[in-house]
Design a protein around this ligand. Structure first.
Ligand code: HEC
Length: 733
């Protein structure tokens, strides 16, 4: 068959181009691992290469044959999916695998690390991080590979630990850290006791020489640990350096906070990943807002280094430069994805830049040496009122270019028009809340804002060899309403101890009404239908993903809460009687205001409050800042059937772009993976997955055959899954 011959010929030609080094990965491991004889190309690092570009020079799968792409193999990572940990609509897999020397490494929904033959999906080994310790469910977006001579390691995090595992055997490397494990609380214990506070690392770090540079995920409330960035020795697991994202006395940025803020305020963490510039020996990363979210009365100032893009020296952790995207953040506008590195021609000059996208739909393009913005950024006056004691910063950044890729302000004309009753429902809420400016300080009346679940999210973005950025985006309105501590404590007087325990500790996330937020945060009304007393106690003690641990509550307090939530007869009969009313104990800091309502604003049918599109994929030329195309990403088939143009859906997980002229992305609520023509934005292939692919795909080649792999872990209120699905063109038969 003549057609087949073309397919078989293509990889040899294009892989030859890679070997010349003109378009290959920027990481030495990547070029080492391109085996000239067998035509194999790895995906050795989270994000594809150290520059985080989610780009591949492979072109065997291309616009002319992508329609023949089919399932090559499926790997079930949790054969026993009935176990309690795998909550059917909460369990997910955000992991983007890596492939090194033809072996694929990734994690399961229960965070088991595994190695597969990348060509066949056949399991080589599996490592359970919770074999000898309580299962502490956190998120793992990827793993890191390191090698020196015959020493091959995978470093990854689960719970509050960093693990080193032999990449060949799957056995723990016992001379790393404490018997193969380094506690992620290491180096954070500077100003207050962090040992019982939630510390994890959801995105993998990067390795420079023998240093692993790692961020963290911490609580966003008053019990937040500090989000310092750290360097660990890859061989010993020991701490090498710490960068204080909340500066200590004498350090640069200290004067942007009140005097003792560093002793009580936490977070300002990098949870979204890091990219490495090997030539400069620098890492680039984005930080998050200070704790607690939405209230800044106790932290007057611009609060460096929160919401900053940082350039750090990879070997020493010293600050090269910073660029603050949001001053004195009151909106939880953490930088949500790792920067991408690119070299663009700007005003006739080749410039090394980084590009980073934000939750509120902006893209900052900065010079990598100076940290200066390539395009003009306007400083504009913003509202300065707010809840008592608040100090909103009077100016904020408005990049002039590129234009925003998601909505900025929710206006009357943006209210959904799916049908008259959903319009009327949203209009009523619109009229009773504030929404005029994206920098409105949170208040007790309630504000409608974008930017809590995108614009950009943690999947990160892709950049091709022409400097085109591929960016997926969400358009979701959220409602945020604050409540004062004196208010909820006053109310507490008439409450039972259990209700007051609930209000103080749980309601800020699960809601005063226990209804959750409809997606990530579950309702707790019908708990007795799905969990037992001991299962809940385990969740309270260990925490789970974004829910912090409540070890700080006594066992009596936990028991009271659990029986209350289970609506237990024992509780109703009053047999459980607390000796005294519970003490309000939020450590180390107790903000006087907190969110009472913080949910997506949805119409009565569960669709977003804003007119479509709800999810988009965008192509932006970084050289000019102009958009090449924007298309909806994802579909609600039931709406399309009614004749409504494709709306796009909320999406989580980033794109991958290839030299075959394709952008691959899953991420949508319709549980599909798609390929778009990268020049036109047209969908050229799509396939249903066993569960939603809320993760970023990868591509690689083994022995001349190109594969696309995506984790189909579902979750976010949809069915969960445990599979990794590989696609390839039909092999030569
Ligand atoms: C910072 C936000 C936050 C706070 C505060 C919080 N939770 Fe949660 N909780 C979550 C999230 C997010 C999940 C879903 C975890 C997952 O991904 O599985 C969850 C899950 C749970 C679950 C499991 C529900 C299920 O169906 O699997 C229980 C039970 C629970 N929370 C109880 C509590 C109680 C009791 C408190 C107060 C002591 C509390 N939570 C405080 C965010 C929070």
């Amino acid at each position: 068959m003549p057609f087949m011959k073309i397919i078989l010929y293509a990889p040899c030609f294009f892989l030859a181009t890679i070997m010349t080094g003109t378009m290959g990965c920027h990481h030495p491991k990547a070029s080492d691992s391109i085996k000239k004889d067998s035509l194999s190309v790895d995906w050795p690092i989270y994000g594809g290469n150290a520059a985080g570009n989610r780009y591949s020079a492979l072109s065997q799968i291309n616009t002319s044959n992508v329609d023949q792409l089919n399932i090559a193999w499926i790997y079930h990572s949790e054969p026993d999916t009935t176990s309690g940990i795998l909550h059917p609509e909460k369990s997910d897999v955000q992991c983007q695998p890596i492939v090194v020397n033809g072996i694929l490494y990734a994690t399961s929904p229960k965070l088991k690390l595994f190695a597969l033959e990348a060509a066949t999906g056949k399991k080589i080994w599996e490592f359970d991080p919770f074999q000898n310790r309580p299962r502490r469910m956190t998120t793992c977006r990827g793993v890191v590979y390191w090698e020196e001579k015959s020493d091959h390691r995978i470093l990854f995090t689960a719970g509050s630990n960093l693990y080193a595992v032999n990449a060949m055997t799957g056995k723990s490397i016992n001379d790393f850290g404490d018997s193969g494990v380094t506690d992620l609380h290491t180096g954070l214990n500077l100003n207050y006791d962090v040992k019982n506070l939630y510390v994890a690392a959801t995105s993998p770090g990067v390795i420079y020489k023998n240093t692993l540079i790692l961020g963290s995920a911490v609580s966003e409330g008053g019990d937040a640990a500090p989000g310092y960035v750290r360097g660990f020795d890859v061989k010993t697991g020991k701490l090498k350096w710490v960068f204080h994202t909340i500066p200590e006395p004498g350090e640069s940025g200290y004067d942007t906070w009140p005097k003792n803020a560093h002793k009580k305020i936490g977070a300002v963490n990098n949870w979204s990943g890091i990219t490495l510039d090997e030539k400069r020996g620098s890492v680039f990363l984005g930080t998050g807002s200070p704790a607690s979210d939405y209230y800044g009365g106790d932290r007057a100032g611009i609060n460096l280094f929160s919401d900053c893009i940082l350039s750090l020296d990879a070997e020493s952790g010293k600050l090269n430069w910073y660029y603050q995207t949001i001053h004195h953040d009151l909106w939880d506008r953490d930088l949500p994805c790792p920067p991408n590195l690119a070299t663009i021609e700007y005003k006739g000059k080749k410039t090394d830049v980084l590009a980073i996208a934000t939750k509120d739909g902006l893209i900052f393009v900065l010079d990598r040496d100076s940290g200066h913005s390539i395009f003009p950024v306007a400083e504009q006056k913003v509202p300065v009122y707010g809840i008592p004691g608040e100090h909103p910063w009077p100016y904020q950044n408005y990049p002039v270019k590129p234009l925003p890729f998601s909505n900025q302000i929710f206006s009357d004309s943006d209210i959904t028009n799916l049908n008259p009753s959903s319009h009327a429902f949203i209009k009523k809420i619109f009229d009773s809340t504030e929404h005029e400016n994206k920098f409105l300080p949170p208040g007790e009346k309630g504000t409608l804002l974008y930017g809590y679940s995108g614009g950009a999210e943690w999947g990160g973005n892709a950049i091709d060899s022409n400097g085109i950025l591929y960016q997926n985006a969400n358009n979701q309105v959220w409602i945020l309403q604050m409540q004062s501590r004196s208010d909820y404590l006053k109310n507490n007087k008439s409450l039972t101890p259990a209700q007051s325990l609930y209000n103080v500790n749980c309601s800020s996330c699960h809601g005063m009404d226990k209804k959750g937020n409809g997606s990530e945060i579950p309702e707790l009304i019908s708990l007795n239908k799905r969990l037992t007393e001991s299962e809940i106690d385990n969740i309270l003690q260990e925490g789970r993903r974004r829910m912090p641990s409540f070890k700080k509550l006594s066992s009596e307090e936990r028991k009271t809460l659990i029986l209350y939530l289970l609506n237990s007869k024992q509780f109703i009969n009053g047999k459980v009687n607390m000796k005294s009313a519970p003490v309000h104990r939020t450590q180390p800091y107790d903000p006087p205001y907190r969110a009472k309502v913080w949910v997506r604003l949805l119409d009565p049918d569960g669709y977003p409050a804003v007119k479509p599109p709800w999810g988009t994929l965008n192509a932006i030329d970084l050289k000019t800042g102009d958009y090449l195309w924007r298309v909806p990403l994802g579909e609600f088939p039931e709406l399309t059937k009614k004749g409504i143009p494709v709306t796009g859906t909320e999406n989580y997980g980033g794109p991958v772009v290839t030299e075959g002229g394709l952008v691959f992305i899953a991420a949508t609520r319709d549980e599909k993976i798609r390929a778009f023509n990268k020049t036109t934005g047209k969908i050229v292939w799509e396939q249903q997955l066993p569960a939603a692919g809320f993760a970023t795909p990868i591509t690689y080649a083994v022995d001349g055959r190109q594969f696309i792999v995506i984790a189909a872990g579902g979750g976010r209120g949809l069915r969960s899954g445990d599979t990794y699905v590989a696609f390839a063109l039909p092999s030569d038969k």
